[in-house]
Design a protein around this ligand. Structure first.
Ligand code: GLN
Length: 380
């Protein structure tokens, strides 16, 4: 077996969710909403399953969906995308990232990444032959600056992977950070893959995309996810948007990975993207309430919460608890003995850095959050 994959453990999300199911524990680990997503979107997909063709849709995605993606981003993010040239549909955002990496990297190319990072990045970069150059970000703000970039960019830099808002840190990249990245990418002629799957789960300010930055928009791919937009994480429908030449490249890898995505789900998502803004606002409002509730309950219980930006997650700092174990051990202890699954931030640190921080998913009912928080109080 290829050593990159042979040496990997099962993803922390799967490990924690599987064990939580076995134990009947509260699952604040893997990021998925407790209630099933938009019902009319599900209904649209169910109808399409019967009424529309179930044979291969076009490799780049149904035109109806590509148009809906272009219109949605035009309306909500003021982006000017052509459905035919600038949009590609994939089977989830992870496939989009995989296809982008496989198509844009030549073995030996350096890829700049920021730790903590989503756990799929390093295995995919390495399998594509890329050499990761890791910037280690620090809590509580997790920002990077010119000095950080200077330390990792070189003539071999081909790609930069960013996540905004970030999973797990929740930090949404600032305009300054993105512009600074733009200067380095222009100087070294590097391309950016921007994982923006949490774009609609931002609370304090409108989402700032890589495609909003003048110095980046011609050298960047924006990746989105229907699973996150409609609280349907099992659907695995993703979109890649960006300049035609880059989309062309990614499509060449995509055609030999999944080739396409179930047509009924594509119809469902196309319908959903056309829904009025209020529907997305309502979903966000529900999450805002859950986040506020969890923040209050956790702080009342004496937990220290890190600044929160976008995504379904809140991070708590374990340092003040003076535990006699690291974050990973604490997460296992909380699950095994107190019935609550969480994700330790170490799982997002491929360098092996130990961060005494725990990620909690708040996309749950207040009752579930209560149960989870009570478990955490007992564990601490
Ligand atoms: N994105 C989800 C999370 O961060 C996990 C997805 C998965 O399990 N592959 O929790």
């Amino acid at each position: 077996m290829n050593p990159v994959f042979r040496d990997l453990k099962t993803s922390i999300f799967e490990t924690m969710s599987l064990r939580a199911r076995e134990l009947g524990a509260v699952n604040l680990g893997q990021g998925f909403p407790e209630s099933d997503g938009f019902e009319d979107v599900r209904r649209a997909a169910a109808e399409a399953l019967i009424d529309q063709s179930n044979q291969y849709p076009p490799m780049r995605g149904l035109m109806e969906l590509r148009q809906a993606v272009a219109d949605f981003y035009g309306r909500t993010q003021n982006l000017n995308l052509d459905a035919a040239d600038n949009v590609l549909i994939t089977s989830g955002a992870t496939e989009a990232i995989c296809a982008a990496l496989l198509s844009l990297i030549t073995p030996g190319d350096e890829v700049v990444v920021f730790e903590p990072m989503y756990d799929a990045y390093i295995p995919l970069i390495e399998r594509a032959g890329g050499v990761p150059k890791i910037v280690q970000l620090k809590p509580p703000h997790w920002r990077f600056d010119d000095e950080d970039l200077k330390a990792v960019f070189s003539d071999k830099t081909k790609l930069v992977m960013i996540t905004t808002p970030n999973n797990p840190t929740t930090h949404a990249l600032t305009r300054d950070e993105l512009e600074s990245l733009g200067r380095f990418c222009a100087q070294y002629d590097a391309v950016v893959i921007s994982d923006e799957v949490w774009e609609n789960v931002v609370f304090e300010q409108p989402h700032l995309s890589v495609l909003h930055i003048d110095s980046l928009k011609d050298r960047a791919l924006k990746i989105g996810s229907a699973g996150k937009l409609f609280a349907l994480t099992g659907w695995k429908v993703g979109f890649v948007c960006g300049p035609q030449a880059l989309i062309e490249q990614v499509a060449r890898a995509h055609q030999f990975i999944t080739f396409t995505t179930p047509p009924n789900l594509q119809y469902g998502v196309a319908y959903g993207l056309g829904l009025p803004a209020e529907r997305f606002d309502e979903a966000r409002e529900e999450l805002r309430i859950a986040r506020g509730y969890m923040t209050t309950r956790l702080s009342d219980a004496g937990f220290e919460i890190l600044p929160a930006g976008g995504s379904y997650f809140l991070n708590i700092d374990l340092t003040p608890l003076n535990l006699k174990m690291d974050g990973l051990a604490f997460a296992h202890h909380a699950l095994e003995t107190c019935g609550v699954a969480t994700i330790p931030l170490q799982a997002f640190c491929p360098t092996g850095r130990e961060l005494p921080i725990l990620r909690l998913c708040f996309a749950k009912s207040l009752t579930t959050l209560d149960k989870g928080i009570e478990g955490l109080i007992r564990a601490a």
